[in-house]
Design a protein around this ligand. Structure first.
Ligand code: BGC
Length: 280
């Protein structure tokens, strides 16, 4: 029996589980993406910080990562544009040599009552939130397959973490484009995970609940709004980006070697039908 046990690579430095790994985080100049980039850097990975606008914010993230002892670069690209995504990967591979971890984080909302939603609002959200994750994942997988497993670096040939949302399962009136995009991310992630597991590529999602970032400021920046929001969160607090970043580091590390095709809900219980705690 014993000889069948596979020895999982354990990093010699438990504080730097991602040492010698190269990560790309899309939409990394604010919010959850920024927190993930900083946490992966602190865990030892060199990080490419993708952004589409506000280069000074990306540069700030790059400098913070460098202060934590890892290398970092900023790369501009609109993740919904195939040419720009391919140029971003070419630049990352030129500077870092390869990629081990992709955090498919870039996303946005264009909210509207259903009857007023424009095709542009629909297309923009699907293009960034869903097609963008496909385009980045495809480029990452091409490099994972080319390079294969490097046992000293990781037990996997590569790891992809898709930033989903509780709205991959919770319907969301007034936001049908966003909810549809995240439902799509769920099946994109699971189908990739199924297809790529034999190649030692792990694909998982994180589904954040209400995390205080610029995307949902109106949901928490007044006492009234926050009180209404907290009714939806059994844990009694809104999340912060670090709540998500910690989980991203774990999913990127060999500690989660047997985890693939899973969505981890990091939502303070938002998906637990809180209305039923006192109703039903
Ligand atoms: C959305 C936020 C929202 C949260 C919980 C997220 O995916 O981007 O605007 O607060 O889901 O509803």
């Amino acid at each position: 029996m014993r000889k069948n046990l596979t020895i999982v690579n354990t990093s010699p430095d438990p504080l730097k589980p991602l040492k010698n790994q190269k990560a790309l985080v899309t939409g990394a100049n604010s919010g959850i993406g920024e927190a993930c980039a900083l946490a992966l850097g602190a865990a030892g990975a060199d990080v490419a910080v993708n952004y589409v606008s506000r280069p000074e914010e990306a540069e700030r993230v790059v400098q913070s990562i460098k202060q934590s002892g890892s290398n970092a670069i900023a790369i501009q690209a609109d993740v919904s544009r195939e040419d720009q995504v391919q140029a971003m990967f070419a630049e990352m591979l030129k500077q870092f040599g390869t990629i081990d971890i992709l955090v498919n984080n870039a996303g946005l909302q264009r909210d509207s009552p259903f009857q007023d939603m424009t095709l542009e609002q629909w297309n923009t959200v699907i293009a960034i939130n869903l097609t963008g994750q496909f385009l980045c994942a495809r480029e990452a997988v091409r490099e994972f397959l080319r390079r294969g497993v490097v046992p000293d670096v990781s037990t996997a040939a590569g790891k992809i973490i898709c930033m989903s949302s509780v709205h991959e399962v919770i319907p969301w009136g007034g936001h049908v484009n966003y909810a549809a995009s995240k439902g799509g991310v769920m099946q994109l992630m699971k189908s990739m995970a199924q297809e790529l597991a034999p190649k030692k590529i792990r694909v998982n999602s994180i589904a954040p609940g209400a995390i205080k970032t610029p995307i949902n400021r109106s949901a928490w920046d007044t006492p009234e709004a926050e009180a209404a929001l907290l009714k939806l969160i059994p844990a009694g607090r809104a999340g912060v980006p670090l709540d998500i970043a910690r989980v991203a580091v774990w999913l990127a590390s060999d500690a989660s070697d047997y985890v693939t095709g899973t969505t981890l809900f990091v939502d303070g219980g938002m998906t637990l039908y809180p209305g039923f705690a006192t109703g039903g």
